[in-house]
Design a protein around this ligand. Structure first.
Ligand SMILES: Nc1ncnc2c1ncn2[C@@H]1O[C@H](COP(=O)(O)OP(=O)(O)O)[C@@H](O)[C@H]1O
Ligand SMILES: Cc1ncc(COP(=O)(O)O)c(C=O)c1O
Length: 291
């Protein structure tokens, strides 16, 4: 296997000093699974704002834009096989990343672009509406795969999503050819899981719900699923492994009483998870419509 067989990935999200959210989760997961990673922070902050006061260190829009231009012109840019975006500091950054993805696609039409539209949760949007709109209007149309949680998907399509049939219809209408919807509606009591929809698949990967989870699970899942796809794994196996890793990492962090994921101690759960995940095939919306 050559040094870069797993593929170079550009990750673009927040950087925290302490903790495992945003780029800290994605970089660790991708490097552990053998990828070369280029990491561009969108903001730098001491820790996830959920822990209390956390001062945002920011870049000007023009500096961020200039750094994107440097990346586009980099002599090594031909190495890049995938881009993963997550948390953005403002709407202009989302537009700059759309420019990056478009420029890379001109040279490499099969570039994988994974858009994790980090914008909100059960309580509603936690980024400014202009940022959420820029993700929806500039990035989602470019995504090979989007990984919203159920509430983000509901905002993106402008409709409440109370069951998995509604989630699948919404995922199909949004546009990307592959959708991984997190915090889907569980079929198992006391469960949660991920719903994956592509032209060929409608799958639900379920496991037990754990109280008081640390942050960063969505960031970790998107990176792990991307890694498995890049390595050429079949979608169903990629979903099962990525879901099992996230669940196992979460369970181990909570067992330790940690308020953050403890990825350095749990790297074996990223590479070879042992946790069981309940995989179910759902009726694909296209099949339902055929009657
Ligand atoms: N409380 C929890 N217990 C067990 N697994 C969880 C829990 N919260 C999240 N997960 C797992 O992590 C995945 C991603 O988490 P989610 O909170 O939906 O992402 P995001 O951080 O993008 O909002 C979920 O689909 C589920 O598999
Ligand atoms: C700065 C910042 N705020 C909020 C979030 C959202 O965190 P969560 O999805 O765990 O709620 C993230 C996730 O990457 C983040 O980096």
């Amino acid at each position: 296997m050559s040094e870069n067989a797993a593929g170079t990935v550009i990750v673009i999200s927040s950087h925290v000093v302490r903790g495992s959210v945003g780029n800290r989760a994605a970089v660790f997961a991708l490097e552990t699974l053998g990828h070369q990673v280029w990491a561009l922070p969108t903001i730098v902050l001491p820790w996830h704002p959920g822990h209390g006061r956390s001062t945002r260190l920011t870049f000007t829009e023009s500096d961020f834009e200039a750094a994107i231009d440097d990346l586009i012109r980099a002599p090594w840019i031909g190495e890049v096989k995938a881009v993963l975006s997550g948390y953005f500091g403002n709407a202009a950054q989302a537009r700059s990343v759309a420019r990056l993805v478009t420029a890379l696609r001109e040279r490499k039409p099969d570039l994988l672009y994974v858009c994790d539209p980090v914008m909100g949760d059960l309580g509603g949007l936690y980024v400014p509406q202009t940022t959420a709109e820029a993700i929806r209007d500039y990035l989602i149309p470019l995504a090979s795969l989007a990984t919203p949680n159920r509430y983000e998907l509901a905002w993106l399509v402008g409709a409440p999503l109370e069951d998995n049939t509604a989630i699948m219809d919404a995922a199909l209408s949004l546009g990307p050819s592959r959708m991984l919807v997190t915090s889907a509606v569980p079929m198992m009591a006391g469960g949660t899981g991920n719903l994956y929809l592509s032209g060929r698949h409608a799958l639900l990967a379920e496991h037990r719900l754990i109280d008081k989870p640390p942050n960063g699970l969505g960031d970790l899942l998107a990176a792990l699923f991307l890694s498995r796809l890049l390595s050429g794994m079949e979608d169903e196996k990629a979903l099962q492994l990525a879901t099992a890793s996230v669940y196992e990492v979460l369970a181990r962090a909570v067992k330790r009483g940690s308020d953050e994921l403890t990825l350095a101690s749990d790297s074996s759960s990223l590479a070879s998870p042992m946790a069981m995940v309940q995989m179910r095939r759902l009726m694909h919306p296209a099949q339902r419509r055929k009657g």
